[in-house]
Ligand binder design. Structure first.
Ligand SMILES: *Cc1c(COP(=O)(O)O)cnc(C)c1O
Length: 430
C-alpha cells in the first residue's frame, strides 16, 4: 500500500512508514494513493468478522505485512463482537463498546498497537497522543506492557469523567499520563508542537496514536462491513449510518468502506454544539468556534483533524458530496434523545444518543438507520443516571479500576514544560 501526504503529494510512504511516522511533513495526513473496489462484496458479508476483516485489510494494505502477520494482528486485535441491536422499526445501534475499554476506540487502538509492535521489531518507540476521553484508555490498554514501546497520554484536566480517567491513568508500567491545564484542542496542539520539534521527535522516536494514524482508520473500516452484514439482505442498499463525530476518524472510515464497495446509501455527521462540520456542510464556510464543553465530551472538538481526509475522498471523486449531511444536536436534545431511547427500552449514553437523534430527524421512510454506539453507557454513568433518573451498574472492567490509584502528573499548557517532563521521564530509562 502506498500513501501520500495530503499537504505534500511528493511525499509517498509505505504502510509501515505511515504507521511508524503517524504524520507526514508539515503535519500532513497520509492518504491512500489508490482505493480499489473489493470484489464479491456479498460473499464477503457472509463471512465472520475476523475472516472478513482479514480479506478487507489485505485488500487495503497489500503486501506491506505478510498474510501471517496480518492474520495474527487481526485475530488479536478484534477479539470481541460488534452486535447490531434493533432499537426501533428500521433503526439499529451498532454496539462498538464490547472491547476491554468499552468504547469503539478499542478497534483502532488494538489494531494499531499490534501493527506497530509487528513493524517495529524491537526498536524503541514513544507513543504521544492527546485524548478527549476514550482514545487514551484504548491506546493505554492496547499498548500496556508491549516491550520497547512507551506511551505518553495528554488529556484536559478536569474535562473528562473520573471513570474515564481511571481507565487509563491507573495502569502504570510503560503508560505515562499527563493532565494538561487546558482543553482537548490545547492537548492536540502540544502533540503537534512535539512532532514539529525534530530533535525532540528523533530523540524519543515519537509516534502518534490518535485517530490520525492510518492504521486506526483502516481497522475501523471493518466494523462498517460488520454492521451491514447483520442487516437483512433486502434492506442493505438503503442503509444510512449516523456517526457521532469529534475528530472525524470514525466517519472517514465509514466513507472509505463505501468507497471500496460497501453498500451504504449515505452518512450523517452528527455533532454536539462543536459543530464546525455541520455548519460547513450547510454554508460552505469553515469557521471553527471556541471549543465548548458538553455532555458528549469525546466529541468536544472544534477543529477536527481528520477532516482533510474526508475532503480528499470527495475532491478526488471517490464519493459524491451528496452522501454526507450534518446535524447539530444541542445539550437539551441530547437529553431528549437519551430519554426517547430509554423509553424504547434502550439505555444509551450522550454520544450515541446524538447520532440517534440525527437519524430521527433525517431518516426517510424507505431507509434503514444505523447509529454507532461508540461507548458503553456505564462509561458516562453520572450523566446517564442524572438524565434518566435510574441507576446504571458498572461492568467489571470499570468497577475494577474505579478504586485504583491514578499515576497521572499535572502540567501547565506549555510545550517546554511538557518537553522537559518527557525527556526526564523517558531518557533516564535508557
Ligand atoms: C472518540 C469518540 C467519538 C468521536 O469519534 P471521532 O472518530 O473522533 O469522530 C464519539 N464517541 C465516543 C464515545 C468517542 O470516544
Amino acid at each position: 500500500m502506498k500513501l501520500f501526504n495530503l499537504k505534500d503529494e511528493k511525499e509517498i510512504v509505505s504502510f509501515d512508514q505511515a504507521v511508524k511516522q503517524g504524520l507526514g511533513k508539515n503535519q500532513g495526513l497520509f492518504f491512500p494513493s489508490e482505493l480499489k473496489a473489493l470484489e464479491n462484496v456479498n460473499d464477503l458479508l457472509e463471512l465472520p468478522l475476523v475472516e472478513r476483516s482479514q480479506v478487507i485489510l489485505k485488500h487495503l494494505i497489500g503486501d506491506d505485512l505478510t498474510n501471517e502477520q496480518l492474520d495474527n494482528i487481526i485475530q488479536t486485535a478484534f477479539s470481541f463482537d460488534a452486535p447490531l441491536t434493533k432499537v426501533d422499526d428500521n433503526l439499529y445501534c451498532l454496539e462498538l463498546f464490547h472491547g476491554p475499554t468499552l468504547a469503539f476506540k478499542d478497534f483502532g487502538g488494538r489494531f494499531m498497537a499490534q501493527c506497530l509492535s509487528s513493524i517495529a521489531q524491537g526498536e524503541s518507540i514513544t507513543i504521544l497522543t492527546a485524548t478527549s476521553g476514550d482514545t487514551g484508555a484504548a491506546v493505554a490498554h492496547a499498548f500496556h506492557k508491549i516491550p520497547g514501546i512507551n506511551v505518553v497520554i495528554l488529556y484536559p484536566k478536569g474535562k473528562i469523567s473520573l471513570l474515564q480517567e481511571k481507565l487509563f491513568t491507573t495502569l502504570g508500567d510503560n503508560i505515562h499520563t499527563v493532565a494538561i491545564d487546558g482543553d482537548f484542542d490545547d492537548c492536540q496542539q502540544l502533540v503537534k508542537q512535539s512532532f514539529d520539534d525534530i530533535s525532540f521527535k528523533e530523540t524519543l522516536h515519537l509516534n502518534s496514536a490518535n485517530s490520525i494514524n492510518i492504521s486506526r482508520l483502516l481497522a475501523q473500516v471493518c466494523y462498517y462491513f460488520e454492521a451491514v452484514a447483520q442487516v437483512p439482505e433486502s434492506e442493505r442498499g438503503q442503509v444510512v449510518f449516523s456517526v457521532p463525530s469529534g475528530n472525524f476518524g470514525n466517519l472517514t472510515a465509514g466513507l472509505i468502506a463505501k468507497t471500496i464497495g460497501l453498500p451504504v446509501k449515505r452518512f450523517i455527521a452528527a455533532t454536539n454544539l462543536n459543530d464546525t462540520v455541520p455548519r460547513y456542510l450547510k454554508t460552505g464556510e469553515w469557521s471553527p468556534n471556541p471549543t465548548q464543553a458538553t455532555m458528549s465530551n469525546a466529541m468536544d472538538v472544534s477543529r477536527p483533524n481528520n477532516w482533510p481526509r474526508v475532503e480528499a475522498l470527495i475532491d478526488r471523486g471517490y464519493l459524491s458530496k451528496d452522501v454526507l449531511s450534518g446535524d447539530t444536536i444541542d445539550e437539551e436534545y441530547t437529553q431528549v434523545a437519551m430519554r426517547q431511547l430509554a423509553q424504547a427500552g434502550y439505555v444509551s449514553e450522550p454520544h450515541a444518543a446524538i447520532a440517534y437523534k440525527a437519524l430521527k430527524r433525517q431518516l426517510k421512510e424507505d431507509e434503514v438507520g444505523i447509529f454507532l454506539g461508540t461507548a458503553h453507557p456505564a462509561k458516562f454513568r453520572d450523566t446517564v443516571e442524572n438524565v434518566l433518573g435510574q441507576p446504571i451498574s458498572l461492568p467489571q472492567a470499570l468497577a475494577e479500576c474505579a478504586g485504583q490509584e491514578s499515576f497521572s502528573v499535572d502540567l501547565d499548557n506549555d510545550f517546554s514544560k511538557l518537553k522537559s517532563h518527557m525527556l526526564s521521564l523517558l531518557t533516564s530509562e535508557c
